[in-house]
Design a protein around this ligand. Structure first.
Ligand code: NAD
Length: 261
């Protein structure tokens, strides 16, 4: 089977939540493709890899250019600061709004604080990430691309996940709405929707090697294996690339067929 490589030389990419899991795989893939990568995370320390080397250091070890800006995506000001930091490298060309938080809770158990927290990180982080990056791209007049991390939860509610699922549903609609508004600025906006991915993240942790069995809680994965961060990264690189020049407002599911089954 063939393989595809991407060239992101001279491009600056911000990945939120790039220290661990899916975001780390995305950041490393952009770094390997030649991009200058800024990891915007609350901590530089990876929690879900065999290596303790922070993402930006790992990119440098591989001969690339990486940096880390401590960022809490629930703060609009901090997101604006990381976009500002990208100006040192010529401005943001690709914004990947990936950071997310997961918590379980049914309709009656979720309190106001938890509800607000998950919406400010997941929904607010993506909305203000789109806003800050798009403003910079628009002002520079060179276009750009944005990729948001949605989820199978964007369209499929699961038990005890109402707060999380509602944030992911919102991300799908933010992606569509921003794509419509930003098309005239030559800025494309898409989302990747991972299925059950083996990371430390919430439900992901319990989906590791016994993912298929754990998936029985909901329904099986047709491709009969868990997903990995390395399954998601190439799709993000494609969506951000010129190869996807006619793709905008789309949410691409990378879930082993879970949501279609
Ligand atoms: P992860 O926990 O491995 O990584 C999440 C990263 O986000 C961590 O580095 C963490 O420090 C960072 N982060 C958390 N809160 C932050 C904040 N407020 N500001 C900045 N950074 C913050 O999780 P993951 O599985 O890689 O998840 C990444 C994204 O993928 C999330 O948006 C998640 O909703 C989505 N997703 C994951 C799965 C899965 O099964 N793992 C499935 C669908 C969607």
């Amino acid at each position: 089977m063939g393989s595809v490589t991407y060239e992101y030389d001279d491009e600056t990419v911000i990945v939120t939540g790039g220290s661990s899991g899916i975001g780390r795989a995305i950041a490393l893939a952009f770094g390997a493709a030649g991009a200058t990568v800024i990891n915007a995370d609350i901590t530089p320390q990876p929690k879900d890899t065999d290596s303790t080397e922070p993402t930006h250091e790992a990119i440098k070890t591989d001969g690339g250019t990486g940096s880390y800006v401590e960022t809490d995506v629930s703060s609009r000001t901090e997101i604006e600061s990381v976009v500002e930091a990208a100006r040192e490298f010529g401005g943001v060309d690709v914004m990947v709004n990936n950071a997310g938080w997961f918590t379980r809770g049914d309709l009656f158990s979720v309190d106001e604080e938890t509800f607000d927290r998950i919406h400010s990180i997941n929904t607010g982080g993506v909305f203000f990430g789109c806003q800050a990056a798009a403003a910079d791209m628009r002002d520079r007049g060179e276009g750009g691309t944005i990729v948001n991390t949605a989820s199978i939860s964007s369209t499929h509610a699961q038990a005890d996940q109402i707060p999380y699922d509602s944030t992911k549903g919102a991300i799908k609609m933010i992606t569509q709405g921003a794509a419509i508004e930003l098309a005239k600025e030559d800025i494309r906006v898409n989302a990747v929707a991972p299925g059950h991915i083996a990371t430390e993240f919430g439900s992901g942790a319990e989906q590791k090697e016994d993912s298929v069995a754990a998936g029985d809680l909901v329904k099986p994965i047709p491709l009969d294996r868990p997903g990995y961060p390395s399954d998601i990264a190439p799709v993000v690189l494609f969506l951000a690339s010129d190869q996807a020049d006619y793709v905008t407002g789309e949410t691409v599911y990378v879930d082993g067929g879970w949501q279609t089954f």
